[in-house]
Design a protein around this ligand. Sequence first.
Ligand SMILES: [Zn+2]
Length: 308
Amino acid sequence: MRAALLAVAASQAPATPGTPPTAPAVNSPVEPGVLPARWMTGGPNCLELPPWQVHEYNPDFYIIRESGCIHYEKPFLYLIFGRDRALLEDTGAGNVETAPFVMDLIARWAKRNNRTAPPLIVVHSHSHGDHTAGDRGFKDLPNVHFVAATVAELQKAFGIGTWPSDIVPIDLGGRIIDLIPIPGHDVAGIALYDRRTGILLTGDSVYPGRLYVSADAFPAFVASHRRLVTFTGDKPVAHVLGTHIEQMRTPFVDYPRGTVYQPDEHTLELNRGVLLELDEVLGRLNGTPERVVLRDVILSPQPARPPR
Ligand SMILES: [Zn+2]
């Protein structure tokens, strides 16, 4: 309800930066929603902050941010509801009990909709520890289909024949989420495209911050990004949402790694223009990893990982 009320209020107010779209939903190819002007980060007083911030983009699309007071990475998680299933992307960073919190959110959603709680699919933008820390709590829960963040498990769970070129639909019941494999930042990286809202979830591959990619994975990163650009070429993209914010509102400037309190951070949302800009840069680099500072993202190649 909160999102809907905000949308009504905004349609009666003059447009200011950060306010929701004013066009009536009937003119939109996608279901609209509202993003906050600012997110909770971490501090200034950690005693006053809850561990999670829940934001209803709309009644069936939740964006959850972990407090920077728990872990400086303060990642974003996404909870999307279809008629038959819900889907959670990522489980948080650091010492977190994500499962009870998420299951309670789902129960409350079900209560509001006068129905039983739907089964939950748990997936990950990628396998790194700041996105999987809460995994343990989900693994043995009834009504949860937990998909580990590995290529093999993703292929098995979603019938992905050829990794990474196959793009597969996940049907939540009246709502299709396209899964696009995008290895590069991590071997098991995926993007998710919600056809209903036109939101593209890009994990750590594209977000307002430092896009880390190891030199040996650079060709894969470039190819994945190109596939993302091609995939979105004929689709409405309302927002490109990643899993961190490290940039400041000031163009080209990022917070130092490990910053907890970010009172002037960039918006979470990017748009397809940023994908195109990055794609152009990647093409220009012609296979040579190089740090490139753009307005909203910083391409940050790292030395190749030592062989394990
Ligand atoms: Zn991350």
